[in-house]
Every structure is written in structure tokens, then in C-alpha cells.
Write a protein that binds this ligand. Structure first.
Ligand code: GUN
Length: 289
């Protein structure tokens, strides 16, 4: 069996088309969605991610406010900046690019963002809604993966899913989203025993390690017809690669996402979708005289 490539460009284009239409509708009622991006330090990968997000915003008519801060930016300064952005009625979404330098605490920072501007879905309020199955703003990578399943009409009902990641951005929200769809979800991580056995029992494997020296998902680790979602990104001999040995795995799997052109474009598309959603709900909170 040779599997099918899941085309993240095609799925993200479909999402972006819907976002474009929603932006036009908001503009008709004099609201231009605006995303504030916050980047601390000069990590080149993070800078590229933020640039790509800003460009994607411009492509669909979302404006951006760019906040580039020095690597020495303090927690106090970060708190003040987030307070300002929370109060600014022209800003609908706030994205603080992660990871942050050591002096900045990730939880202190993300939890200060107003939940209605939390386009990453990382505030305690939005995480609480997510675990209750009621979230409106959901973390972008996990909701992008769910969108891919929808597009390809892949049902999660009763499926055994293995997620190799337990982060707040990927593994934990995925657990909740897939549980809502009646999957049986196993979260694996660095202390998991017998990872290969878990993988061999899985109908769907979602891997997000991003370190080829530590982990590669090879064809002997999957069962015939499995669905493989690759969230990993790493550089190998100058090339962008994922966690999956794609050329060999696709010969045994039913579906595989490539890197690049798989989950990456979905993360950005869902950020645009969340920003438009945040702009729509902001209207309910605007004070009327
Ligand atoms: N760093 C890597 N992925 C993400 C993401 O989805 N959101 C933020 N804020 N930072 C990230």
C-alpha cells in the first residue's frame, strides 16, 4: 500500500479563503482585525516564524502591530506591554512568540493576556474552556490538525491515537480536542516505556519532537494503514525535515503529512482564524455610550 499525502497547503488555503471572507464582513462594519506580535530576543527561527505570521495576516487583510524587544526585556516590562495591548481597543489578538528567554516566565506572561485576545489559547481561562469542550480560541497547531482530519474526512471515533508530545502548545490541547471526538488518546513522552509498542498499536500517530538526533519515526514503528501526522521541524543538512522518515513511512501508512507543507501552514491559518474570531467577539465587549 502507498499512502496519500495530506496537503497542508490545500487545507490551509481553504481556511484562509474563509478567513478572507470574514475579514471583509468585519470591515463592512468598520472593524479591521489586528494582531499584535511580541518577539523577544534574536533567535532566527522565532524571527522567521513571526515574519511568516505577519505576512500571512497581510495576505488576508489582517493588520499587525510588531513589537520586537531586546533579549534583556524584563518580566516587569513584559507585564506592562501586555497590559497596554489588553487595553488597546484597536488590537484584537496578542501573540507572544515562544520560547521566551530565561528571565521571562512563560506562564506568567501568557496568563496575563486577556482571554478574549488570547489567539494562542494558552490562558488558564481558555485552557479551562478547552478541557470542558467549550473553547472558542483554541491553540493553533492542535486545531489545525483537527481541521486536516475534517478536510480529509478522517473520523476519530473509537480510534487509538498516540501523541508523542506533552507540551502546553501541542500535546495537552490535542488530547482534549481528540477526546471530544471520541478517540482513545495516549500521550507519550521522554519517560514513556516501550514507545514502539504504543506506536504499533496506534491507528493514528501524531509526533512533535523536532530533534532528528533523538527521534525518528520509521516504518518499522507503525502498523499497516496507520495515519501519521508530523509536527516536528528540524534542520538536517540545511533542509527542513520533520520527525518522520517520510519516503519509507508513506509506503506503509494510509496518510502522512509532509514537512514542509503539512502541519506548519495549518498553524498559521488557524492563527488568522483565531484573530478574526477575536475581532468578532471583541465587538460584544466594546463599551457603548
Ligand atoms: N512557538 C512555536 N509554536 C508557537 C505557537 O503556536 N505560538 C506561539 N506563541 N509560539 C510558538
Amino acid at each position: 500500500m502507498t499512502g496519500q499525502k495530506i496537503d497542508g497547503i490545500a487545507v490551509s488555503t481553504a481556511v484562509k479563503d474563509r478567513v478572507k471572507a470574514a475579514v471583509k464582513e468585519l470591515q463592512n462594519s468598520n472593524v479591521t482585525p489586528c494582531l499584535a506580535t511580541v518577539l523577544v530576543g534574536d533567535d532566527p527561527a522565532s524571527a522567521t516564524y513571526v515574519k511568516n505570521k505577519q505576512k500571512a495576516c497581510a495576505d488576508v487583510g489582517i493588520t499587525t502591530k510588531d513589537h520586537k524587544l531586546p533579549a534583556s526585556f524584563s518580566q516587569k516590562e513584559m507585564n506592562s506591554l501586555i497590559d497596554l495591548l489588553n487595553k488597546d481597543d484597536t488590537v484584537h489578538g496578542i501573540l507572544v512568540q515562544l520560547p521566551l528567554p530565561n528571565q521571562l516566565d512563560e506562564f506568567t506572561t501568557t496568563s496575563r493576556i486577556s482571554p478574549i485576545k488570547d489567539v494562542d489559547g494558552l490562558t488558564p481561562y481558555n485552557i479551562g474552556l478547552l478541557t470542558s469542550g467549550r473553547a472558542i480560541l483554541k491553540p493553533c497547531t492542535p486545531s489545525g490538525i483537527m481541521e486536516m482530519f475534517d478536510y480529509y474526512k478522517i473520523s476519530l471515533e473509537g480510534k487509538n491515537v498516540v501523541v508523542i508530545n506533552r507540551s502546553n502548545l501541542v500535546g495537552k490541547p490535542l488530547y482534549n480536542l481528540m477526546l471530544e471526538k471520541n478517540a482513545t488518546v495516549t500521550t507519550c513522552h521522554s519517560r514513556t516505556k516501550n514507545l514502539k509498542e504504543h506506536c504499533l498499536a496506534a491507528d493514528i500517530i501524531i509526533t512533535a519532537i523536532g530533534n532528528r538526533a533523538k527521534f525518528v519515526l520509521t516504518e518499522d514503528m507503525i502498523r499497516e494503514g496507520a495515519i501519521i501526522i508530523d509536527v516536528g521541524t528540524a534542520r538536517l543538512e540545511g533542509k527542513l525535515v520533520g520527525d518522520v522518515d517520510y519516503d519509507n513511512v508513506i509506503k506503509k501508512a494510509s496518510y502522512v503529512t509532509p514537512v514542509p507543507g503539512g502541519v506548519g501552514p495549518m498553524t498559521i491559518a488557524m492563527l488568522l482564524k483565531n484573530t478574526v474570531t477575536a475581532a468578532s467577539i471583541s465587538r460584544e465587549f466594546v463599551k457603548h455610550d
